[in-house]
Design a protein around this ligand. Structure first.
Ligand code: MEV
Length: 319
């Protein structure tokens, strides 16, 4: 039996991270060039009920039974078995690789879970439809992060630009023009669960001020969506910069991110902000294509260990 393989993309939150946890809208796009890949194959000759996991990017070369209870791969496999009503472990090997940096704001945990669930459910003969997969990926995110909004798993599963709001689900957004982004690593690892928890504590201490900043972020997201769908580049850039200011006021930036944000803007990027959980991880800069090399050079010069270029493609609108 040949191996069954599947992939899942990374993601970028353009506007609205953190505020989305409190019910505000947020805008996320797939980062399709960076992916997690899973392949499942029968393990011929092994005693039944054994799964071996090979994931060198995660430092794993282990049997399922040896994984700790809170391990992401273990829980992704178990969620699929439960969903399919299978109560015995199949005998197989799972190979997992990822290009997505971990704890860096790019949705690695959602992408790993989705790639594993896609490959494993297909191996078992019941590939999961997107809605079921998204619901399982959300449960996986809850196990990993406590109180996720659901935006990361949703953009990773559907791999389309989405406007997401907890109470309303998601709407696919169609950019009116191609948009070029540079995405740079601050070099600081930070688990999203930590920054989400920190903001929750600040909110509890100071609901008036923090709540007002969160509402303002929601407004900026809507302004950004309007700009994106109308091809209004300056307004989108302005929304990104204003969102960064609010995130800074919420204590979610850090010196390494600030250095990269200033470097990108000084080199000509119209808009720049952190993306994802913050206090480390990645930042993004909205650029015109002709600025690519100068902004990339400035980010590297300012200390970014890695800089990626990604293009959000224009889509014909239905309207
Ligand atoms: C993390 O990618 C986005 C946050 O808003 C958390 C969440 O929405 O679950 C920080």
């Amino acid at each position: 039996m040949p191996a069954v393989s599947a992939t899942a993309c990374a993601k970028l939150i353009l506007l609205g991270e953190h505020a989305v946890v409190y019910g505000e809208p947020a805008l996320a796009v797939p980062f399709s060039g960076l992916r997690a890949r899973a392949a499942v194959e029968a393990w011929i000759g092994a005693p039944s009920g054994r799964i071996h996991i090979f994931a060198r990017d995660l430092d794993l070369d282990q049997e399922f039974s040896e994984l700790p209870e809170n391990n992401l791969i273990r829980s992704a496999l178990l969620l699929v078995l439960t969903e399919l009503g299978i109560d015995r472990l199949p005998t197989c090997k799972l190979h997992l690789t990822t290009e997505i940096p971990i704890s860096a704001g790019l949705g690695a945990s959602a992408a790993l879970a989705v790639a594993v669930m896609r490959a494993f459910s297909a191996f078992l003969g019941h590939p999961l439809a997107p809605e079921r997969l998204n619901s399982l990926a959300f449960q996986s995110e809850q196990l990993m992060h406590g109180t996720p909004s659901g935006i990361d798993n949703t953009v990773v599963v559907y791999e389309q630009p989405i406007l997401f709001q907890k109470s309303q689900g998601f709407e696919v957004i169609k950019p009116a023009a191609d948009l070029h982004f540079l995405v740079a690593d601050s070099g600081v690892k930070k688990a999203t669960a930590l920054t989400v928890r920190q903001l929750a504590q600040d909110y509890a201490r100071n609901p008036g001020e923090v709540g007002a900043l969160i509402k303002d972020i929601g407004q900026l997201t809507l302004e950004g969506v309007r700009a994106l769908t109308q091809g209004d580049f300056p307004a989108l850039a302005e929304a990104l910069n204003a969102n960064q200011e609010l995130l800074t006021m919420l204590g979610l930036s850090c010196p390494e991110l600030d250095t990269l944000l200033h470097a990108a803007r000084d080199a000509g990027a119209a808009g720049a902000k952190l993306t994802g959980g913050g206090k480390g991880g990645h930042m993004l800069a909205l650029i015109q294509p002709e600025q690519l090399e100068q902004v990339r050079a400035a980010l590297l010069e300012a200390g970014a260990p890695r800089v990626y270029h990604t293009v959000l493609k224009a889509e014909p609108s239905n309207a």
